[in-house]
Design a protein around this ligand. Sequence first.
Ligand SMILES: C[S@@+](CC[C@H](N)C(=O)[O-])C[C@H]1O[C@@H](n2cnc3c(N)ncnc32)[C@H](O)[C@@H]1O
Length: 240
Amino acid sequence: MKQQAIYRDLAKYYNLIYSFKNYEAESEKIKELIAKHCKSTGTALLEAGCGTGKHAALLNKDFDVVATDINEGMLNVARSHFPSLDIRQADMSQLNFEQEFDVIISLYSSIAYVKTQVKLKKTLQGFFKHLKVGGLVIFEPWFTKETYTVGVPSVKTYESEDTKIVRACVPKIINGVSIMDLNYLIAEKNQEVQHVIDRHEMGLFEIEDTLQLMKDIGFKAKYLKNGLMKNRGLYIGVKK
Ligand SMILES: C[S@@+](CC[C@H](N)C(=O)[O-])C[C@H]1O[C@@H](n2cnc3c(N)ncnc32)[C@H](O)[C@@H]1O
């Protein structure tokens, strides 16, 4: 069994699998939230967990974006599509840049990969440290224990002309952590079918705990129920 293979050796399939996502509309919503809530006036924006760089590239039209991710597989896809973007390898739970930013974003549940409450605290403290006073953090969580659908099977298919992919999963919780063993069958033209089991371990952080953590760190914090995707919401925090 592999871990996060879709962000590593299978990263070339990420944009096909997530082609349903409307990065344009999501980036517009992020811009609206920044205009409404950010109190610092600069344009420096850090993305943590940028994946293949689609939000970052769109936001780079209005901001000076630094796009970061832990996995080189994703960063390589981002670099190949957006060669002029400032793209750097970084673990969001151990950020250590010289620069302070006006905005930090982390979207599509990337933050849930830090998995534990202890590492979530460290990650949010790092975000706080890297923001200017009045700067804004926006992050999109994974599900909570209440909204995560344990045991409900799913099968999805994705295809382009020469690539056909089936993905099946029955979500579990082990020791309080969400476990998704994504079973991929990948059929490519003139190649043997690959079967890869790709495990994703993600923290199921409760809303009240996360808001309290943000407030303790020094953010003015809010949870927006209607975020970018159904049942995930968005956290926003302004550095006081
Ligand atoms: C579901 S993808 C989202 C990617 C992108 N934000 C999007 O909307 O398409 C999750 C991303 O989080 C990244 N990731 C996981 N753990 C991370 C960490 N500790 N620091 C930075 N990135 C991380 C993965 O490599 C992957 O690119």
